[in-house]
Write a protein that binds this ligand. Structure first.
Ligand SMILES: Cc1cc2nc3c(=O)[nH]c(=O)nc-3n(C[C@H](O)[C@H](O)[C@H](O)COP(=O)(O)OP(=O)(O)OC[C@H]3O[C@@H](n4cnc5c(N)ncnc54)[C@H](O)[C@@H]3O)c2cc1C
Length: 371
């Protein structure tokens, strides 16, 4: 099999890049996914929140631009702009607030307790209301990107794992479905992006994966499906309605290299403690479900989008951290634009060459023992 572009990974990074690239690139595009369905890992197991007020200004712009697109596509991608309430200290909220880009306002605690009765008994200093945030149907969004890419000729191969790589554009790759030759390789492999980079002799971008759990609780009173999602920056939890119950995270973050999405033995106890101390209105709720998945972040907590400076014809779309849903439209658009207009400059936000060790010797791995 020969293709012009091979994209590794059918999560939001890979599918959105395929969607946008197929609009402007006349060559062939093949998207491969090692699992039996797209979005099997982080892109299908996340909290589905579109949260624009993130800590990094460049990411805020990407999410805000994506959010505008989701609004226009709301029926096709199932975006529900029910708003968000961010709780925390006033200075925490001021740091992430960007009134020129995202409309938001502070709300009185009494009003918040009426809007979200599950917060009764929880104390907080300030609450920021952002009406344009919301919740996505992540399955519809993934299918939307895939259908768009396929309608323009891109192919998707499932159960196809990239195993090793020879050459540099054309790449000759062994996969679990045979040999594939490609002129260009796009690394959209999520938590496995470093493995793919290693196979190709690309830059060793410092990426780490962090396990996070999500729970669904039942027996939660006064829930309405259209209530906003809540995120406490001060106490590290978030929740939103989910099919008659409440989806909740305690924002746990365990760095791991195993990449097995197992449930940690003490995690339900950690949730119970948080509920007991911070969310008394949920003390009688019962746990319906719990699962885990990985958020993969670069050392500087920013995206990695652009051409590699060590391996020829190798392109990155990785390090989406906790923002892959909210940002997916714009990051795919940006990836396609950079793919088609190579500039190889570290000055652009998200460019992988910011991690070249010649530019940043402090990023060179240090030997454990001095010899
Ligand atoms: C618990 C949790 C909650 C989250 N909540 C939110 C949220 O509310 N809002 C938000 O915006 N973001 C959220 N995120 C983050 C979001 O899920 C991720 O940023 C996003 O899904 C990452 O997409 P990706 O395509 O980079 O990775 P993935 O979805 O992991 O896709 C990478 C794909 O590559 C495939 N692959 C890897 N290696 C190979 C290989 N060698 N050959 C073939 N295929 C390969 C994998 O099987 C995988 O399917 C959350 C994440 C977690 C863990």
């Amino acid at each position: 099999m020969k293709t012009d572009v091979l994209i590794v990974g059918a999560g939001f990074a890979g599918t959105s890049t395929a969607f946008h690239l197929s609009q402007h690139f006349s060559g062939s595009i093949l998207l491969i996914e090692k699992e039996e369905c797209p979005g099997f890992h982080a892109s299908g197991r996340n909290a589905s929140l579109v949260l624009q007020s993130t800590a990094n200004r460049e990411l805020r712009q990407v999410v805000a631009a994506s959010r505008t697109a989701y609004d226009e596509l709301s029926e096709e991608v199932g975006f529900e702009p029910h708003g968000s309430l961010l709780l925390g200290k006033k200075d925490q909220l001021e740091e992430i607030r960007e009134p020129d880009l995202i409309t938001s306002e502070y709300r009185d605690p009494q009003e918040i307790y009426r809007q979200v009765p599950q917060l009764k008994g929880h104390e907080f200093e300030a609450a920021l209301w952002t009406p344009s945030d919301g919740v996505m149907d992540i399955s519809l969004l993934l299918q939307f990107y895939l259908a768009g890419a396929r309608s323009r000729g891109a192919e998707l191969w499932l159960n196809c794992q990239l195993l090793n790589i020879k050459g540099e554009g054309p790449y000759r790759m062994e996969t679990s479905r045979g040999t594939i030759e490609a002129r260009y390789l796009v690394n959209a492999a999520g938590a496995w992006a470093q493995q793919v980079a290693r196979m190709a002799g690309a830059l060793q971008v410092p990426l780490s994966s962090f396990k996070r759990h999500l729970f669904v609780l039942d027996e939660v009173s006064s829930l309405t499906p259209s209530q906003p999602f809540v995120w406490s920056l001060a106490q590290n939890f978030y929740f939103r309605p989910e099919s008659g119950g409440l989806l909740i995270s305690i924002c746990d973050e365990e760095e791991t290299t195993s990449l097995e999405p197992t449930v940690s033995p003490d995690i339900s106890q950690a949730l119970a403690e948080l509920v007991w101390l911070e969310l008394p209105a949920l003390r009688l709720a019962t746990q319906r479900e719990v699962w885990s998945c990985f958020r993969t972040k670069a050392l500087d907590d920013s995206f990695v989008i652009g051409w590699d400076s060590a391996a020829e014809n190798f392109f990155w779309v990785a390090g989406l951290g906790g923002h892959g849903v909210g940002s997916s439209w714009e990051l795919g658009r940006l990836a396609a634009q950079r793919f088609l207009n190579p500039t190889h400059t570290a000055r652009q936000p998200f460019d992988p060459s910011r991690f070249e060790t010649t530019l940043h010797p402090e990023l060179t791995p240090q030997p454990l023992l001095k010899t």
